[in-house]
Design a protein around this ligand. Sequence first.
Ligand SMILES: [Zn+2]
Length: 156
Amino acid sequence: MQCPRCLNTDESYFYKGSRGWYCRRCISFGRMMLEEDTAAVELQDVQEGSEEYALQYPLTPEQQSVSEQCASFIQDSDVLLYCVCGAGKTELVARSIAAMLAQRRKVCFAIPRRQVVLELRERLAGWFPKAKVTAVCGGYTQDTDGDLIVCTTHGV
Ligand SMILES: [Zn+2]
């Protein structure tokens, strides 16, 4: 037995309910019956010019320096950007996003709160006018593909 969504094979996570077997390992994304058909999502290529962006205000020299370092390091490693609220973390990673989009790689922002997903989608869409910026969260699950995907860290 294998979960078609999380690929779990550990039987201790499987539970048989009234409608059949389901996986509890990925239950936070909603109950998915093991027999359920999972249609593969056909992803579109990242659009030409999606990397073009403009922030609403210029970065300070210090922010510019961090932004450039982040864009450089993220090419071959994970980067943790740790700053206080309001420091402009999102602005600092715009250059990194652009670098990935220029390589035709998709970018995903995963955030715990739905309302922040919707707000950030709007902000990023304004900065990256040629990119397809998609919000994926509760009430926004019809279209899950984009050049830049902003989603909740859980299913809803
Ligand atoms: Zn699962």
